[in-house]
Design a protein around this ligand. Structure first.
Ligand code: PSU
Ligand code: MN
Length: 300
């Protein structure tokens, strides 16, 4: 039974049993997206942003083969400095569970666990998507959005990706892409991409109504809620783009492939922008945790 594979933090178990709002948080950004000790500070700040907005955070990971929904502060501290953690999308769960290993869940992996646990809203930074110049490298995040009914709050897809193709794949798979306070798909480090969205909502109640309608329809698809980075934290598009172009060239020259690609690009862009991209990344993560909590509250 899948339930036997999951261990819940008591706060999360209590909140779910009482029907109180819960927000899932991912762990790949802790192990593969940010360096120690900033990763721990950001993970704690995201949890706090969820609490400050009236919901219970459930950071999701696999610890020694056990799917864990809501980490204790000791578990979070352990994960933030652990080495040898598998980046877990759908294909990785059988492996990490059988080997009793540690796993950090990606957007795809976190959606799978959140849905099994009965959590409807999840906050991340930017989802994976279609890689520039590698249109067959399509993140498992997009295929999970096509088949798992969880609302994912993000600041768009990571700007290192091909954003127009990413939106095409979401459209093909029937995933609604909703702008929260924006009419364009946000470009992660910056607020707009020039790519129009399906719909703009200016209140969390409008978003909650769409989540409820999707439930009534019985659709299995997820929903993408895009929440642009706050204007004060935005990285000018020219600065971001120059660093991204260089990082992409280096990745190709060094033959970086598969699941290594995204962590490599994020780390290089951060170095090349003198950590300005990292500061933007952290700001948008906290902002997404805040909005996800407000949405979770609006749907209970
Ligand atoms: N958002 C961030 N930093 C990250 C990621 C998202 O701000 O590190 C992670 C997410 O876990 C996402 C993953 O699911 O990168 C995408 O990896 P890939 O492109 O290999 O599917
Ligand atoms: Mn990939």
């Amino acid at each position: 039974m899948i339930a036997e594979l999951m261990k819940f933090h008591p706060d999360v178990a209590n909140a779910l049993a009482a029907g109180r709002p819960v927000v899932a948080l991912e762990s790949t950004l802790i192990t593969h997206g940010l360096p120690h000790p900033i990763n721990l500070e950001v993970a704690q700040a995201m949890e706090q942003a969820v609490r400050d907005n009236g919901a219970t955070p459930a950071t999701i990971a696999v610890l020694r083969g056990q799917i864990t929904v809501g980490l204790t502060s000791e578990q979070l501290t352990y994960l933030a400095q652990a080495t040898n953690v598998r980046k877990c999308s759908r294909r990785d769960f059988p492996i990490v569970l059988a080997q009793k290993g540690d796993g950090a869940t990606t957007v795809a992996g976190t959606m799978i666990v959140a849905h099994l646990a009965g959590i409807k809203v999840f906050a991340t930074g930017g989802i994976g998507g279609v890689h520039r110049g590698h249109p067959v490298d399509v993140s498992a995040d997009l295929l999970e959005l096509a088949q798992t009914p969880v609302a994912v709050v993000c600041a768009g897809a990571k700007a290192i990706l091909d954003l127009p193709l990413t939106l095409e794949v979401l459209e093909t798979h029937g995933v609604p892409v909703v702008g929260y306070g924006c009419a364009e798909f946000p470009a992660f480090y910056s607020r707009s991409s020039g790519l129009p969205l399906d719909v703009r909502c200016d209140t969390v109640e409008e978003i909650a109504a769409m989540i409820r309608a999707r439930e009534q329809l019985g659709f299995r698809t997820g929903m993408l809620i895009t929440n642009p980075i706050p204007a004060a934290d935005e990285l000018p598009a020219e600065i971001a783009e120059a660093a991204i172009q260089q990082a992409l060239q280096e990745a190709d020259a060094q033959g970086i492939r598969g699941k290594e690609t995204t962590p490599f690009l994020l780390a290089r862009v951060s170095e090349l922008t003198g950590d300005r991209s990292r500061a933007a990344n952290i700001a948008l993560l906290k902002n997404n945790a805040r909005v996800a909590a407000q949405i979770a509250k609006a749907i209970v």
